[in-house]
Design a protein around this ligand. Structure first.
Ligand SMILES: [Mg+2]
Length: 542
């Protein structure tokens, strides 16, 4: 399976997740009954991610620094459900058993930080013995967790310091790393480097760990989320951590920066959700703070409210160019008419002609890649060398209308075909397989396939050649073409050929022509006679 198909499945997977969470009355059963093929990329719903510091959530519930009653636990459970989130990052979780009280494992996957238990201390206000304060994730069961990893560097190899916890899930943007953090408390200044407090000194060592994690993801171009209790007021743009993480060249943004803290006494919140590596035009981010029913100080279920962000894939519509190429009768009419003219020209060649060839481009001339174009528009990513390579390797391109009939006519009249393509030469095998797969009667004898090599790219700079197909056209005429040959030898083309016809969808598919220099007046007498141009509004050298 090629990368593109994998991505499509990832999208569908993210979709099924979001639908269950956003349609509260829909059961999983009714959703999964919908065939995946009906799930269109345009209707991708939101993936909602939340973070909540649960303030010493413990089991048994009457232990630790924040002992709770059964009714408080029930209220926390109801609150967590009302977050309506697909993924919840939690901080200050004592144990998995503590978490199970809020999140039933019938519905959630519970992932705890692997950090070893640290020494208990005496709680400041109650005098009780503390329980563990670990980070954890609750992830809806419908979402496959592809990977989990402790980010123990945040613990600075010091007992009691919290690790980060990373999970990888599929989102609308592809596999996404989500990092849950609970940073060192007690450094609430704008510049941790300008404070001598032990907390800030620790913070100053944790910050570079976060920064390099972000840098790694930015460099790789992979989507990521960091969320949790930053113990730092990072909504302030002048905050050092904020300035560090959000440098100009990065795609990083704090989705929660406009939110106010849920307690009036602390308007600048310390719980945040940062995202990056996501194509801004593909996604709408909407953040919110989730207040408790009773915001009276003593009645609050935790000293932190949860915050969440919904990542909603923007609808992508197809361009007119792709719609025209894939659905219009006009395209089919023009392509077949062009090829019919080309066939008529072939028929007029005298029978005595020999060693003649028709030089053809491949993409959008013989093979139709509009399915690739369509999918790159629907997933909002556009052309990328990686997705193109995966498409070529899939050998799934279809036939341009009229091409097969023309090629057969050339063979019948004693001619040969030279396929001069700017697909990489390393792809010749895939191209050849694709040509055979669409039913073209190509053989090594009747057809010379020549993908683009480094020599072709370099030739353009040599002044001898105008465009990077000229070298290959010259080699065909001289009998030196490096035709595709699976056994390493293709001797059928080692004699000079005469180029009688050239067929392409780009003006540069014709000898010694460039987009810039093309003179239509000069080309006109040859068009429809020896040069044949197919329509391609989707891409080109224009
Ligand atoms: Mg082309």
């Amino acid at each position: 399976m090629n990368t593109f198909n994998t991505l499509t499945i990832a999208l569908v997977s993210a979709l099924s997740v979001g639908c269950t969470s956003n349609q509260a009355n829909n059961t999983n059963e009714s959703f999964s009954a919908q065939p995946a093929s009906q799930l269109q990329a345009q209707t991708l719903p939101a993936l909602k991610i939340a973070t909540w510091n649960v303030e010493h959530l413990a089991y048994p519930i009457d232990t630790g620094c924040r002992a709770r009653t059964p009714s408080e636990i029930a209220a926390m459970k109801a609150y967590a459900k009302n977050l309506d989130a697909d993924i919840i990052a939690l901080q200050e979780v004592g144990s998995k058993a503590a978490l199970q009280q809020i999140f039933s494992e019938d519905d959630w996957q519970l992932i705890m930080s692997s950090r070893a238990d640290s020494k208990a201390y005496t709680c400041r206000q109650t005098g009780a013995l503390s329980t563990q304060q670990k980070v954890a994730f609750a992830v809806k069961k419908a979402i496959p967790v592809l990977n989990t990893a402790p980010i123990d560097q945040l613990g600075l190899a010091r007992a009691g310091l919290r690790y980060g916890l990373q999970i990888t899930v599929n989102t609308q943007q592809g596999p996404t790393d989500i990092l849950n953090v609970h940073m060192k408390s007690g450094c609430f200044v704008d510049d941790y480097l300008k404070s001598d407090s032990p907390a800030c000194k620790t913070y100053a060592q944790q910050a570079p760990v976060l920064n390099s994690w972000v840098e790694k993801h930015e460099t790789a171009g992979t989507p990521y989320v960091i969320l949790g209790d930053f113990n730092h007021r990072i909504s302030a743009p002048y905050n050092r951590l904020t300035r560090t993480l959000l440098s100009d060249e990065r795609s990083t943004s704090i989705t929660t920066s406009q939110l106010l803290g849920c307690q009036a006494r602390y308007p600048a919140p310390i719980d945040h959700i940062i995202v990056g590596g996501m194509n801004a035009k593909n996604i709408t981010k909407s953040a919110q703070v989730h207040k408790f029913k009773n915001m009276d100080n003593k009645a609050m279920l935790s000293d932190h409210c949860a915050v969440s962000v919904s990542l909603t894939a923007n609808a992508h519509s197809l361009s007119s160019a792709v719609l025209w190429q894939t659905t219009s009768k006009e395209y089919k009419a023009l392509a077949t008419t062009t090829y019919e003219q080309a066939k008529a020209a072939v028929m007029q060649l005298p029978n005595t002609a020999h060693n003649w060839v028709a030089v053809m481009d491949v993409d959008e001339t013989v093979l139709d890649n509009s399915a690739y174009q369509k999918q790159t528009e629907l997933n909002g990513k556009g052309y990328t060398p990686q997705s193109w390579q995966a498409w070529v390797a899939s050998e799934k391109a279809t036939l341009v209308p009229g091409a097969k009939s023309f090629i057969e006519t050339v063979y019948k009249h004693g001619g040969k075909i030279a396929l001069v393509t700017n697909r990489n030469k390393q792809n010749d095998l895939h191209t050849w397989n694709n040509l055979k797969a669409v039913g073209l009667p190509v053989t090594l004898k009747n057809t010379c396939l020549i993908g683009r090599s480094e020599a072709d790219k370099n030739a353009v700079n040599s002044n001898e050649f105008i465009n990077d197909k000229d070298l290959r056209r010259q080699q065909v005429t001289q009998g030196t073409a490096d035709c595709y040959s699976p056994s390493g030898q293709n001797n059928n083309w080692q004699q000079p050929q005469v180029i009688k016809f050239q067929v392409g969808d780009n003006i540069e598919d014709f000898s010694s022509v460039t987009q810039e220099s093309a003179n239509i007046k000069t080309l006109q007498p040859k068009l429809g006679k020896s040069l044949f141009l197919l329509p391609n509004p989707m891409y080109g050298s224009w």
